[in-house]
Design a protein around this ligand. Structure first.
Ligand SMILES: NC(=O)C1=CN([C@@H]2O[C@H](COP(=O)(O)OP(=O)(O)OC[C@H]3O[C@@H](n4cnc5c(N)ncnc54)[C@H](O)[C@@H]3O)[C@@H](O)[C@H]2O)C=CC1
Ligand SMILES: O=C(O)[C@@H]1CCC=N1
Length: 264
């Protein structure tokens, strides 16, 4: 705890990580740096005392933990521009999709500790699911990185070859869940609720369903059995959804997303 952290790339995910680290108390604002080429949008973090800069080299020099949160096509330029400042005392954590641990080591050209972490945007409210893998990590550094992301939600350590699958299920999964909730809201309005009430009911119901699985460790179908009265309205709706291809459509969507980034 208490290490100085720099986030390179203050976009959607970078700012969400900064908010999560601050709100959880894992980091003090003074121990946090975030960079972006145009820093204007980082004003809210600056007002909280986070160091905001467009100077990546300064950020790497002054911090021990470097979280890389730029777009994949920006990684090579950013790493080449800061590699002189990276040394064996630094830990590089990339949240970038599709850039391998070996790619980073090759770009930096040094044997530092490298991590890939795949969180999702719920990291801003400490409810991320983060999949993690690493190269050259000692036990203490692995524990620190696990603690960091555990503060921001749940973690699982995975083999790097599953990182693309983790991106789809864990990170894109937020978007899939939002579409499911949005469709419920649309249905809810058609059967009589105003949009605000329908949104509340849909979101809290999905949250409760997810919590049932996480807290009780049950299978979804066990929970479904408890809701489906014989000849009742739930099974009528569920079966109509399946006739229309609900599960099949979701599975095909997950696989289509995966095919877009899978290397094998
Ligand atoms: N948005 C998401 O849900 C998730 C995104 N990711 C990965 O995280 C990375 C970032 O994604 P987003 O935040 O959505 O993208 P984004 O485009 O919102 O953020 C990237 C940020 O990096 C900044 N940037 C570009 N070049 C820079 C440089 N040289 N120095 C400093 N900052 C620079 C950009 O101005 C931008 O603000 C991507 O690689 C993505 O694959 C991973 C998991 C989830
Ligand atoms: O769609 C994308 O490319 C990224 C990967 C994870 C979430 N968004």
């Amino acid at each position: 705890m208490g290490k100085r952290i720099a986030i390179i790339g203050g976009g959607n995910l970078g700012t969400a990580i900064a908010e999560g680290l601050l709100n959880s108390g894992f980091s003090k604002a003074g121990d946090l740096t975030i960079t972006k080429r145009n820093v204007a949008t980082l004003k809210p973090l600056k007002e909280k005392g986070v160091h905001v800069t467009d100077d990546n080299t300064e950020a790497v020099n002054k911090n021990e933990i470097i979280i890389l949160a730029v777009k994949p096509f920006q990684v090579a330029d950013v790493l080449r521009s800061v590699k002189e400042s990276l040394n064996e005392n630094k830990t590089l954590i990339s949240v970038v999709t599709g850039v391998l641990l070996a790619d980073m080591e090759e770009l930096v050209g040094k044997k530092l500790t490298y991590f890939r972490a795949m969180p999702n945007t719920a990291i801003a409210i400490q409810e991320s699911m983060t999949c993690i893998c690493s190269k050259n990590a000692d036990k203490a550094t692995a524990k620190y990185v696990n603690d960091l992301f555990s503060t921001l939600g749940k973690i699982v350590t995975i083999d790097e070859k599953l990182m693309e699958a983790a991106t789809i299920l864990g990170a894109c999964g937020t978007a899939y869940a939002m579409r499911y909730i949005r469709a419920n809201i649309q249905g809810g309005i058609e059967i009589g609720f105003d949009a605000t009430t329908a949104s509340l009911i849909a979101a809290q119901t999905v949250k409760g369903a997810a919590e049932l699985l996480l807290k009780k460790g049950t299978h979804p179908e066990q929970e479904i059995d408890k809701v489906t009265t014989p000849k009742g309205c739930t099974i009528a709706g569920l079966n109509e959804m399946e006739h229309r291809g609900f599960s099949s459509s979701l599975i095909r969507g997950v696989v289509a997303s995966y095919k877009k980034i899978a290397k094998d």
